[in-house]
Design a protein around this ligand. Structure first.
Ligand code: GS8
Length: 222
C-alpha cells in the first residue's frame, strides 16, 4: 500500500476544521492543509463540497469527504490500528454520539456569532443560551478527565475547538467561561496541555479575538 495522500481544505479559525486536524493528528496521519479564502472559494472546494460549499473538506486519495463529524468518523475507521475515538460498548458509543450531536448543535459557530456578531439585548440572549449549553455539557463531564473518561475521544474532539474561541467571546461579551463553568474550562486547558493533537490544531486565542474584531467592523457592529 502506498502512502496516503491526505489534504484538508481549511480556514484557520474554523472550529470544524480544527476537529479534523485533531483527529488526523491523534491517528498520526500526515496531511497537508490548504487555506481557503471563504469570500473567494477555490474551484477545488466548490467541486469537492458542491452541496454546502463549506470547509473543512477532507480529501483522501482524491476522494472528498464533507462535514467535520463525518470526517472524524471516517478517520477513526480508516486509521483504526491505533485504537478508536469511540468506546467499544454499543451503549457507551451511543452516548458519545448523543453528546457530540448536542455539542455540535449547541456550541456552534452560529451560537458564537450570537455573541460576537451582536450587541445589547441580542448579545445578552446569545450569552445566556451559550452558557446554558456549556453548563449542560459541564454536568455531563462531571469529574471525568475527558468526556471519554480517561481517554480523549469523540466528544472531546467535537467540542474542544471552541475552547480557542472562548477568549474572543468573553472579551466581546464581557463574561467569563471560567467562572461560570470552571470544570469545563479546566477540561479545555487539560486537552490543550495533554494532547499535542489539540495544541497544534488550535489557534492562539488572541488571533481569534483579532479576527472577531475584524468581522465586527466588517459587519458594522458597535
Ligand atoms: C460546518 C462547516 C462550516 O460552518 C461541518 O463541517 O461540521 N457542519 C459543518 N464551515 C464554515 C467555516 S467555520 O464557520 C464555512 O465554510 N463557511 C463558508 C460559507 O458558509 O460560505
Amino acid at each position: 500500500m502506498g502512502k496516503d495522500n491526505v489534504v484538508v481544505l481549511d480556514f484557520w479559525a474554523s472550529p470544524y476544521g480544527m476537529r479534523t486536524k485533531i483527529a488526523l493528528a491523534e491517528k498520526g496521519v500526515e496531511f497537508e492543509t490548504r487555506q481557503e479564502d471563504l469570500w473567494n472559494k477555490s474551484e477545488l472546494l466548490l467541486k469537492s463540497n458542491p452541496v454546502h460549499k463549506k470547509v473543512p473538506v477532507l480529501i483522501h486519495d482524491d476522494k472528498p469527504i464533507c462535514e467535520s463529524l463525518v470526517q472524524v468518523q471516517y478517520i477513526d475507521e480508516t486509521w483504526s490500528k491505533t485504537g478508536s475515538f469511540f468506546p467499544s460498548d454499543p451503549y457507551q458509543r451511543s452516548q458519545a454520539r448523543f453528546w457530540a450531536d448536542y455539542a455540535d448543535k449547541k456550541v456552534s459557530f452560529e451560537a458564537g456569532r450570537k455573541i460576537w456578531g451582536t450587541k445589547g439585548e441580542e448579545q445578552e440572549q446569545g450569552k445566556k443560551e451559550l452558557l446554558e449549553s456549556l453548563k449542560v455539557l459541564e454536568t455531563e463531564l462531571g469529574d471525568k478527565a475527558y468526556f471519554g473518561g480517561d481517554s480523549f475521544g469523540y466528544v472531546d474532539i467535537t467540542l474542544v475547538p471552541f475552547y480557542s474561541w472562548f477568549y474572543a467571546l468573553e472579551k466581546v461579551g464581557n463574561f467569563s467561561v471560567e467562572s461560570e463553568c470552571p470544570k469545563l474550562f479546566a477540561w479545555g486547558k487539560r486537552c490543550l496541555l495533554e494532547r499535542e493533537s489539540v495544541s497544534k490544531s488550535l489557534p492562539e486565542p488572541e488571533k481569534v479575538y483579532r479576527q472577531v474584531l475584524k468581522l465586527r467592523k466588517l459587519f458594522g457592529i458597535e
